[in-house]
Design a protein around this ligand. Structure first.
Ligand SMILES: *[C@@H]1O[C@H](CO)[C@@H](O)[C@H](O)[C@H]1NC(C)=O
Length: 119
């Protein structure tokens, strides 16, 4: 918007919107899977002005990105919406619980995973 000040000086009013990154895990907050199958969770980070410096996955309070002996994989796809995919093969009952995706500057996102016994 241009504002005439009568002095020949033109001022501009500038609206600054500060983008706050938002993270969410695809789905409805619950993920049901049978024992032995694969858990696939996707965390989407939106409105991040630059690719997030980190994306960490937690199972309950334990960070699971690195150093797990299990078949846990994290794959990040940068872009205007960064996606981080967590894959856990051969899901066990003990893999049930609260999974959280934490990234820089955004509120963490969580989903509850239920692994049901294969009968
Ligand atoms: C899951 O864990 C996160 C991070 O600790 C917490 O904020 C959230 O409330 C938990 N969700 C449930 C349903 O327990």
């Amino acid at each position: 918007m241009k504002v005439s000040t009568g002095t020949g000086i033109v001022s501009y009013l500038v609206h600054l919107t500060v983008a706050v990154p938002e993270a969410f895990i695809l789905g409805n907050g619950e993920y049901h899977v049978e024992q032995g199958s694969t858990i696939n969770l996707v965390c989407v980070i939106e409105k991040s002005p630059k690719p997030p410096e980190y994306i960490f996955w937690y199972h309950n309070d334990r960070m699971i990105n690195y150093g797990s002996s299990r078949e846990v994989k994290v794959h990040n796809e940068p872009g205007s919406k960064t996606q981080s995919r967590l894959t856990i093969r051969d899901a066990q009952i003990s893999d049930s619980g609260n999974y959280t995706c934490k990234t820089a500057h955004a509120e963490p996102a969580s989903t509850l995973v239920y692994v049901s016994q294969d009968i």
